[in-house]
Design a protein around this ligand. Structure first.
Ligand SMILES: CC(C)(COP(=O)(O)OP(=O)(O)OC[C@H]1O[C@@H](n2cnc3c(N)ncnc32)[C@H](O)[C@@H]1OP(=O)(O)O)[C@@H](O)C(=O)NCCC(=O)NCCS
Length: 234
C-alpha cells in the first residue's frame, strides 16, 4: 500500500489537487480549484488565513460559486453561504477484499468513455447521485450497465488523495433498481482500486439511508461525519 494513513481523507480535495489531480486544477498559494467542467470543488487548508481565501477568490473570480466540499475552514463573513449538506465519509476498512464473487460475475459491466457523457449526464439528472460535470470522467474509470443499449446504472472514480480513490456518481435508473447493479459496480470499482494498492472511500448524504445500507453491506465502514458547504465569493 502506497499510503495507508487516513489523515489525508480530512482534506480529500486539497490532497488530490496537490497530487494526482494537479493537472486537472489551478492553484494560487495554498488555494486550489478544479478546472471548469471537471469539478466545482475548491480547497484551502484547514488553518486557512485571509491570504488563502483571497487567493481562492482570485482563482474563482467575483460573485462565483466556491464549492468547498468538506473543508473545515470558515471563509470571511462576506462570503455568502449557498448550501450546507450533512454527510458521512465511508472507507474500505482494509484487510479483506470486497465481495469478489459480485465483481467476478459482473460481465454486464462496461467501461464508459467520452461518447457516453450525454447518457451519463441524463442518468445523473434523473437520479441525483451528487455533482457530475461534462469532464468528471477525466478523474478515472467510470463503469456502467446498459439495458437494451440504454445506460441504466453507473459509478466511477473521483478524488485521489494519496493511497485512496473515491468512488462516486453511484446511481441506478429508478426502473432498474433492486437488481444488484449498484452493488456490482461498486464492488468492481473497489476491486480495481484495491488491485493497485489503494483503498476505496466514498461520501454519502446523511439522509441517504438506502445508499448507506448498501455500502455497509458491501463492507464499507463510516469514518466520520462531514459537512459539505458552498459559498459565493465577494
Ligand atoms: C442507491 C442506489 C444507487 C442503489 O441502486 P440499486 O442498483 O438499486 O442497488 P442494488 O440493487 O445493488 O442494491 C443493493 C442492495 O441495497 C438495497 N437497497 C438499494 N436501495 C435501497 C434503498 N433505497 N433502501 C433500502 N435498501 C436499498 C437493495 O435492496 C439491495 O439489497 P439486496 O441485495 O439484499 O437485495 C439507487 O437507489 C440510486 O440510484 N439512488 C439515487 C442516487 C443515489 O442516492 N446514489 C448514491 C449516492 S452516494
Amino acid at each position: 500500500m502506497t499510503s495507508g494513513g487516513t489523515a489525508v481523507l480530512d482534506d480529500p480535495v486539497g490532497e488530490s489537487l496537490r497530487g494526482r489531480h494537479a493537472d486537472l486544477g489551478r492553484r494560487l498559494g495554498r488555494a486550489a480549484t478544479y478546472l471548469p467542467g471537471v469539478a466545482t470543488f475548491s480547497a484551502v487548508p484547514a488553518d486557512a488565513d485571509a491570504a488563502d481565501w483571497a487567493g481562492l477568490a482570485r482563482l474563482l473570480g467575483r460573485d462565483a460559486f466556491a464549492d468547498m466540499f468538506s473543508c473545515r475552514a470558515a471563509p470571511p463573513p462576506e462570503w455568502e453561504p449557498v448550501f450546507v449538506l450533512e454527510g458521512r465519509q465511508m472507507i474500505w476498512p482494509g484487510g479483506n477484499h470486497p465481495d469478489q464473487s459480485r465483481a467476478a460475475t459482473a460481465t454486464d459491466v462496461v467501461e464508459l468513455g467520452a461518447a457516453d457523457v450525454p447518457q451519463m449526464l441524463d442518468l445523473v439528472a434523473r437520479t441525483q447521485p451528487g455533482p457530475f460535470w461534462p469532464r468528471t470522467l477525466e478523474f478515472g474509470t467510470y463503469l456502467g450497465i446498459r439495458d437494451g443499449g440504454r445506460l441504466v446504472a453507473m459509478a466511477g472514480e473521483r478524488l485521489r488523495p494519496p493511497g485512496w480513490t473515491e468512488i462516486s456518481a453511484v446511481c441506478t435508473a429508478p426502473e432498474a433498481r433492486g437488481r444488484g447493479h449498484a452493488a456490482r459496480l461498486v464492488s468492481t470499482l473497489a476491486a480495481h482500486i484495491l488491485a493497485r494498492n489503494e483503498r476505496p472511500f466514498l461520501h454519502v448524504a446523511e439522509t441517504n439511508s438506502g445508499a448507506i445500507a448498501l455500502y455497509e453491506r458491501l463492507g464499507f465502514a463510516s469514518r466520520k461525519h462531514v459537512t459539505f458547504r458552498g459559498f459565493r465569493t465577494p
